[in-house]
Design a protein. Structure first.
Length: 475
């Protein structure tokens, strides 16, 4: 491989695929090796790690990426200082919460494990942001290694630890490796700037002004993504949490990878199209929005029809989820993917409060979901509330960024796409729950896609051109 390939967006895309495979294999080994209850305990570790990630997302890296002028050493020092202070505070908070978390998840004797996890935010706060500057310059090698290293190393740790342990401790060691190794490598691949913790007051003010909506939004996203798991862990059994976590993680893994990929490749170009005086035609923004709509259709059709069989085949019959659970998680994932575009556009246009409002609308659905769980309702009702929350958040997200979409992409066109998505959802619901032969299911799926493709060519041809444009742009 040539140096140009290693630093290209193509290599970053490849490492995201490899990272996804590593995560999948790690979870597969854990699911096959551990008992269902032990895998449920491992799922609580994942929830805690997601909590740490949520409090780590304070927007400093995104600020460095989208700010108009290339960050100097003072801006970088301010970013490092802010990120480290965040890490120290989260470590203290997580340590104080460890006993409460152990009791909530029904494993009071594992308080020590949550205390061990509390050291991670502090260590993560020592991350060197040089890889962000390299990404800003169109070089993705450091970013690729930063995101890939932890996943590959944790897979190796699971494989080795499985020779000595057959319980939740394997997952604990894997989680520690996943979070800590990238911090070390961020310093190893630093180039052109030294690590500094000297903040500039003006830069800190600008960062905090930019970052606070992103930070609050990340907390809301945690409530959305893992609030459901937390409620399931608190009000249902560990075995039910394990099955729910398996289905959720397998179906959401492609979504997580795609969001990270599009953020890394297109956030900076989208920011350029949002600058004052930019042309009214915004092909990158239009293309990204359209891509996520297509991805949503693909996610729903693939996951809802094949998800149950794939989960059972890979993880075994003891983790087989109900078809209704698979369909509703697939629908929620599809809607979440489709509303990623307005979230990215909010950040690119320096209006992160738009994304905050969208996430708040989705997070409010946790309230009725909590009530249903505490009242003893089945998981299916719980998941319908999640779907409704995604619908509301999607509508609000596109309404807030309506003035930034460009001339090719109007609210009328977006509404048309979503109206057909509603028809598509109904078709997939009957196809996945009809209980007919595979041929009937395939006929329904094929007909739905043929109609959709016809609509695209007749009505949305310019959006197709934009989607091809942004694919060529990264090559």
């Amino acid at each position: 491989m040539t140096r140009s390939f290693l630093h290209s967006a193509k290599f970053y895309t490849l490492t995201q695929i490899v990272s996804s495979v590593a995560i999948f294999l790690r979870n597969l080994i854990l699911a096959r090796l551990l008992s269902v209850d032990d895998f449920g305990i491992a799922s609580t570790f994942a929830i805690v790690m997601s909590f740490i990630e949520a409090f780590s997302t304070i927007g400093t890296d995104k600020y460095l990426l989208v700010t108009k002028d290339r960050p100097n050493k003072y801006v970088l020092g301010s970013a490092h200082f802010l990120f480290l202070v965040r890490g120290i505070l989260v470590s203290i908070m997580l340590y104080l919460m460890s006993g409460w978390l152990a009791r909530v998840f029904g494993v009071p004797d594992l308080e020590w494990a949550y205390q061990v996890l509390a050291i991670i935010p502090f260590l993560k706060g020592l991350t060197h942001f040089s890889y962000v500057l390299q990404q800003r310059d169109g070089e993705y090698f450091a970013l690729s290694m930063f995101e890939l290293s932890g996943q590959l190393a944790s897979l190796i740790v699971v494989a080795i630890a499985s020779l000595y342990y057959v319980d939740y401790q394997i997952a604990l060691y894997a989680v520690m490796t996943t979070m800590i190794l990238p911090v070390i490598l961020s310093h190893s691949y630093a180039r052109g700037c030294t690590y500094s913790l000297l903040p500039d007051k003006q830069d800190l003010i600008l960062m905090l002004k930019f970052a606070w909506p992103i930070f609050l939004g990340s907390i809301l996203i945690f409530a959305v993504l893992h609030g459901d798991k937390t409620i399931v862990g608190a009000y249902y059994s560990l075995s039910e949490l394990a099955i729910f976590s398996i289905a959720f993680s397998l179906l959401s893994l492609p979504a997580i990878v795609l969001v990270k990929l599009y953020t890394s490749l297109y956030l900076a170009p989208m920011a350029q199209e949002c600058l004052p005086g930019s042309p009214i035609n915004k092909p990158i923004i239009s293309g990204v929005v359209f891509h996520f709509v297509i991805i949503g259709f693909l996610a729903l059709s693939g996951f809802s029809l094949l998800g149950q069989e794939v989960i059972t085949l890979i993880y075994g019959e003891r983790y087989e989820p109900p078809q209704s659970m698979v369909f509703l998680i697939a629908l929620a994932m599809a809607l979440r993917l489709m509303r990623t575009a307005p979230s990215l556009l909010a950040i690119a246009s320096h209006n992160p409060v738009f994304g905050l409002k969208q996430d708040l609308a989705r997070a409010l659905a946790i309230i009725p979901a909590f009530y249903l769980a505490s009242a003893g309702f089945e998981l299916e009702f719980f998941l319908w509330v999640a779907v409704f929350g995604e619908v509301i958040a999607t509508i609000l997200g596109f309404w807030l960024v309506r003035g930034l979409l460009g001339s090719e992409l109007t609210l009328y066109r977006i509404t048309g796409l979503y109206l057909y998505f509603l028809v598509f959802v109904i078709c997939m619901f009957f196809a996945s729950n009809a209980g007919g032969t595979i041929w009937i299911v395939l006929v329904i799926l094929l007909f739905s896609w043929l109609v959709f493709i016809g609509i695209l060519f007749v009505i949305f041809r310019s959006l197709l051109e934009s989607s091809l444009y942004i694919i060529k742009k990264v090559h």
